[in-house]
Design a protein around this ligand. Structure first.
Ligand code: ZN
Length: 383
């Protein structure tokens, strides 16, 4: 018999289940493809051929040849994954989640690749320069440089990288700005700004995020969210993002990233030394070994994914609790969760193993249940 006292239960539609299952299979296929490509390059000696080609194109200039090699690798990876990328683009359309035209998508893909090439090129040049200068302790020095670049990119991303793909304008809604100001004052924490993120040009989904570091720290709110949600619902979402800010989630993530990347660079140092000892490569600074470095970092990321997602989910729960405490109301939080689930075709109740492995956010059903419990506790405390 149905329990009339319990909240309205909304099971996942078969559409949401199918969409998310395909998305999972796509990311799995993408990961398998990435590993396969790296292994293929290493096992067949094609990486050495690619290195020789790069050296010829760059007239044997080491730094330039490395850049050419990185570019060749990027093009190869892009070509290998093109089918999956295109499928993914069409999938969003099939489920009416995207309004992006093919031309705009192709342009985004090109820009994404160029950005990746610039960032990857800078990192590769730095790592191999350090490898040549300090072959003994290269991994430790390279880790320090990586961390500095990571912090720099986290800082400039909202002002340099994101605007390459989306337009951002300062939030104009005075009522919302006042609400955020009141929330921030109560929290004793100031966020530099709230920006409207013109997501509707490309997607029908809604989203919000806290991004940036220091002077670039800001909350971004998708225009799709501003258009379809009540002021109370938006306030609850703003409060969630403010919760990430108040609880210092971005600096904390950087510290965790620092620890993991230290492990990664140490491991890369061991693997690279072993590869030279085994005569797979003539020397440490032979950049044909780059796929081996990428393999180490991809394997580590994949291995740590469940732990990283669990860490992320704990931060999301903390931000949710903050939103409930700061706004003092569960109803707008719950209705915004329901709207988000519907609009983004999210699975409210994914299988436990799916949530454990893949989800950076707790299942919507759990977030709603937590808000309902918060409400009950609040009611019993004021009785
Ligand atoms: Zn969040």
């Amino acid at each position: 018999m149905a329990d009339l006292a319990s909240s309205e239960h909304r099971p996942d539609t078969s559409e949401a289940r199918a969409y998310n299952r395909i998305r999972r299979r796509l990311s799995l296929a993408d990961a398998v493809l990435g590993f396969a490509l790296l292994l293929l390059l290493l096992a067949t000696g094609w990486s050495q051929d690619l290195r020789d080609l790069a050296l010829r194109l760059a007239s044997a200039h080491y730094a330039l040849a490395l850049l050419v090699y990185v570019a060749l690798l990027a093009v190869l990876a892009k070509l290998a994954g093109l089918g999956l990328d295109l499928y993914s683009f069409r999938l969003e359309h099939r489920y009416q989640l995207s309004n992006q035209k093919l031309g705009s998508w192709v342009w985004d893909e090109i820009k994404g690749m160029l950005v990746g090439l610039v960032l990857g090129g800078i990192l590769a040049e730095a790592v191999y320069f350090i490898l040549r200068q300090w072959p003994e302790r290269w991994w430790l020095i390279a880790w320090g440089v990586f961390l500095a670049l990571f912090v720099l990119f986290a800082q400039i991303a909202p002002v340099v990288l994101f605007p390459l793909f989306y337009k951002f304008t300062p939030l104009e809604d005075q009522e919302l700005k006042d609400r955020l100001l009141r929330l921030s004052q109560r929290a004793g924490a100031r966020v530099r700004g709230v920006y409207e993120w013109k997501l509707s040009e490309k997607s029908k989904k809604a989203n919000a995020a806290l991004v940036g570091l220091g002077r670039t720290r800001r909350i971004i709110l998708a225009d799709t969210l501003l258009a379809g949600y009540s002021a109370d619902e938006i306030e609850s979402i703003l409060a969630h993002e403010l919760g990430h800010h108040v609880h210092q989630h971005i600096p904390k993530s950087i510290v965790v990233e620092a620890g993991i990347s230290l492990l990664g660079f140490w491991l890369a140092g061991r693997v690279l030394a072993l590869s030279v000892a085994r005569h797979w490569f003539a020397s440490l600074d032979d950049f044909a070994n780059l796929p081996l470095l990428l393999l180490v970092s991809s394997a580590l990321s994949l291995l740590l994914m469940p732990a990283m997602n669990a860490y992320s989910r704990s931060k999301e729960r903390e931000a949710d609790r903050y939103a409930l405490d700061a706004t003092g109301r569960a109803a707008p939080f719950i209705s915004s969760m329901n709207k988000l689930a519907e609009q983004n075709l999210a699975e409210r109740e994914p299988a436990a193993w799916v949530e454990w492995l893949f989800h950076s956010h707790p299942a919507i059903s759990k977030r709603i249940a937590a808000a309902e419990n918060w409400e009950k506790r609040k009611a019993s405390a004021t009785d």
